[in-house]
Design a protein around this ligand. Structure first.
Ligand code: ROI
Length: 158
């Protein structure tokens, strides 16, 4: 059994509803339970000219292997109407594996810890709600240090 952290994001078609539906769908993945969900946060898109995003982080306990979990997440994205038009484009639902236990994974389909998480307040602050203050990522970085380097700017806790 591994503790896994998933980043959720949406900026189309009622983002908060998308996130609620996604959490429900995560709980229906095989061999998986949802242990906790952060508050929802609203922020400007990092890509200009898109609607605001709603983001959250969910903690899962699962015995799915990383790529099985990734397949499950992509199936949920597709079921909730995600169309892959452009990289960084607006989306009804984005589900990212942020952390998978204490594993470091670096294969073409999957990089864990998630590539951009250290610079994104809408990932770090909800994650911080779900872990202890002295939490250390699989690549040995301390969450407290990442938070110190990533101010709580432009985030609105919903
Ligand atoms: N911006 C915010 N605020 N939240 C996201 O989840 C998000 N996701 C993206 C890009 C377009 C980079 N910007 C984002 O993919």
């Amino acid at each position: 059994m591994e503790r896994v952290y998933i980043g959720l994001g949406s900026n189309l078609d009622e983002p908060q509803e998308q996130l609620h539906s996604a959490v429900e769908a995560l709980g229906q993945l095989p061999a998986t339970t949802v242990a906790a969900v952060s508050a929802f946060y609203s922020s400007e898109s990092l890509s200009p000219g898109q609607p605001r995003y709603t983001n959250a982080v969910a903690a899962l306990d699962t015995t799915l292997a990383p790529l099985e979990l990734l397949d499950g997440l992509q199936a949920i994205e597709t079921a909730q109407g995600r169309v892959r038009l452009e990289r960084w484009g607006p989306r009804t639902l984005d589900l990212d594996i942020l952390l998978y236990g204490d594993q470091v994974i670096d294969i073409p389909r999957l990089k864990v810890p998630h590539y951009h998480m250290q610079a994104r307040p809408f990932v770090l602050y909800p994650l911080a709600e779900l872990v202890a203050e002295d939490f250390v990522l699989a690549d040995r970085r301390r969450l407290a240090q990442l938070l110190a380097d990533c101010p709580f700017v432009g985030l609105e806790r919903l």
